[in-house]
Design a protein around this ligand. Structure first.
Ligand SMILES: [Mg+2]
Length: 150
């Protein structure tokens, strides 16, 4: 089974990173592994365990974010990242979705991306990631950790 996994807010703690970024004096590229500490505690194990069966799907721009992603995901082998460059994820995944087999799982914290998946990629099983105390949108099953996914 394939897992299509959002980055910010799903495997990566964006607010913790932003607090760190404010203390950082340099504009130098991030060192390999410098940003790994902002992965949520369940993320590394999940991605290592799933290997080629997990793909990170981020709305980010590839050129602007490659160093950032490489630093955060450093040391995790066989991980693939799809960048949608600001496009809705459903629209970007639709031409490729048949490659991911029967009923792939998509997990994201954003109702906007979940809605676009619902519209453009029927048959994908959708889960909303709600880290911490966050409330769900109510339209999709909620998970609070990647280990709760089927
Ligand atoms: Mg997100």
């Amino acid at each position: 089974m394939m897992y299509l996994v959002d980055f910010s807010g799903t495997i990566f703690d964006l607010s913790a990173f932003e607090a760190y970024e404010r203390t950082r004096s340099t504009r130098e590229p991030f060192e390999p592994g410098e940003l790994s500490r902002f992965l949520y505690p369940d993320a590394r194990g999940f991605l290592m365990d799933k290997g080629n069966a997990a793909i990170i799907v981020t709305a980010a721009e590839q050129v602007a974010n490659a160093n950032f992603m490489q630093s955060a995901l450093h040391g995790i082998p066989r991980i693939a990242v799809m960048y949608t460059g600001g496009k809705p994820k459903g629209e970007s995944l639709a031409p490729h979705i048949a490659m991911y087999g029967q009923s792939p799982v998509f997990v994201d914290d954003s109702p906007e991306h979940l809605t676009s998946m619902e519209t453009s990629c029927p048959g994908v099983r959708l889960f909303q990631m709600c880290r911490g105390e966050r409330e769900g949108d109510g339209r999709w099953p909620i998970v609070r950790s990647l280990v709760e996914l089927p």
